[in-house]
Design a protein around this ligand. Structure first.
Ligand SMILES: [Fe+2]
Ligand SMILES: [Fe+2]
Length: 464
């Protein structure tokens, strides 16, 4: 399938046409269900629908009952960036068996028992002057649509996407029209880079198979920092009711709008695995900060890593994973190669998380655009799955990074494995508590590796 911008434009106009002529609510541009903390949503699930602006919110149809949805507003001071669409939402009632919005089926309930968890990350089409432009019209060069279909075909009970949805951060360069012609550009004069049509092109349309398949569990990536695509993340993706305006630009003393630096609270999503056994995913916000040096963002994140640790406190039958977009034991080849620098990525998150990782069995991250397993002695194993569609990191420079005494705070990994190839993972629980198998597959569904989690240990065996 070719995901061309022309096709997206036709689709949007078709939906808009429905809005203009029909008296009934229009078909949504996208509809989906997001896993939310049960502290704010009893069913643990919220339904969202994105419709053309100017039309009423459609109803959420649950088991033949029509329930009104309400508008989730775009943040103030975002100008025209999101004015072309309206986002509608409604907490899913408990006990729902089937749900749809405007004829689009949406996941109706959190799973009663989790057997398969689909995972992918770092998914948008890269358009940024300092990087090579990706071919957004080729589903092998930018394979998000393909990966989304593969993940949906694996019949997941939930799908975890830990951040970096949005990569269309500039206008398509004049010299690159063959790659990204027509990609929605940022709105001028705004202290951020995203807008509604960019989100439709980069996430909502190519992810449709996954949106239909299962509830999404999401985390915020650094591409969703407030000065980048944070407003769109808070509008479309963050599941909590009170986050919609967290990234609203604020007026500086000289009258200009500036993006705030915000870290949202950590929260937990519980997934029943079997009798007396559950998996708690603790979602942390590591959108802000620097990869290479410790900044003021570390102090903003630290209290939420401490809160996350409390959420992961040991409880009978419960095993906890930390979900953090930025890895805490991840390394990038450019950092590995630079003499005198630490190989560890994500300096702020690493600093903020010090001493808070004792309650986790496993960490799932993205951020580095490849698949990477790392085991640091005394710490939970960590898997990076940042190979979900955006331009990959180069495949070289990972085998022997130098973790000397000058590279605190962690000792050298006892094991690591890196694969720079597009793909996704499906996690399945083992019979014994704490055991999981993650099968990593490429965009054609071919197995790349099998990883296993046991206790706090991770290991991966390449398939070829
Ligand atoms: Fe990324
Ligand atoms: Fe990232």
């Amino acid at each position: 399938m070719k995901t061309t911008l022309a096709a997206i434009a036709v689709a949007i106009l078709a939906f808009a046409g429905v809005a203009a002529t029909a008296s009934a609510a229009p078909s949504p541009i996208a509809a989906y269900s997001l896993a939310a903390p049960t502290s704010v949503m009893k069913s643990g699930l919220i339904a969202r629908a994105v419709v053309p602006a100017g039309s009423p919110c459609p109803s959420l149809v649950v088991d033949d009952r029509r329930i009104p949805m309400e508008q989730r507003e775009a943040a103030p001071n975002t100008g025209a960036a999101f004015s072309g669409v309206m986002v509608c939402e409604r907490p899913m009632p408990r006990g729902a068996r089937q749900a749809s919005v405007g004829g689009l089926q949406v996941p109706a309930a959190m799973p009663a028992q989790v057997k398969r968890i689909g995972i992918f990350d770092d998914s948008g089409c890269r358009i940024l002057p300092s990087y090579a432009t990706q071919n957004c019209a080729d589903d092998r060069a930018w394979p998000l649509a393909r990966i989304s279909r593969r993940v949906a075909d694996s019949n997941p009970d939930v799908v975890l996407v830990p951040g970096d949805f949005f990569y269309r951060e500039t206008s398509c360069p004049a010299t690159q029209q063959a790659l990204c012609a027509g990609s929605p550009p940022p709105v001028g004069g705004m202290p951020f880079t995203d807008q509604a049509y960019g989100w439709i092109a980069d996430a909502l349309l190519p992810m449709q198979p996954v949106l239909r398949a299962a509830p999404l569990i999401v985390a915020r990536g650094n591409h969703e920092a407030c000065y980048r695509a944070g407003n769109g993340y808070m509008l479309f993706m963050d599941p909590r009711p009170n986050t919609w305006d967290d990234c609203a630009p604020v007026q500086a003393a000289n009258g200009t709008l500036v993006a705030p630096e915000v870290v949202t609270p950590s929260y937990a999503v519980d997934l029943p695995v079997g009798t007396g056994r559950s998996l708690r995913m603790v979602i942390t916000d590591t959108a802000e900060g620097s990869d290479t040096r410790v900044t003021a963002a570390a102090a903003l994140m630290q209290p939420w890593f401490a809160h996350a640790q409390q959420l992961a406190a040991p409880a009978r039958g419960r095993e906890s994973w930390l979900i953090s977009h930025r890895p805490l034991f991840g390394f990038i080849s450019s950092l590995v190669a630079a003499p005198g620098t630490s190989p560890w990525s994500s300096a702020d998150a690493v600093a903020a998380s010090q001493g808070t990782l004792g309650n986790y069995r496993f960490i799932v991250s993205g951020h580095i655009h490849l698949a990477q397993g790392v085991q640091v002695p005394g710490q939970p194993g960590q898997l990076v799955l940042g190979n979900g569609g955006t331009e990959l990191e180069p495949p070289t420079g990972y085998a022997t990074p130098s973790f000397g005494p000058g590279t605190p705070p962690y000792p050298a990994p006892s094991w690591s494995w890196t694969l720079s190839e597009f793909g996704y993972a499906v996690a399945t629980p083992g019979r014994r508590a704490g055991r999981w198998t993650l099968r990593l597959r490429d965009m054609d569904g071919r197995q790349q590796a099998t990883c296993s989690v046991a206790g706090r240990q991770l290991g991966c065996t390449p398939s070829r």
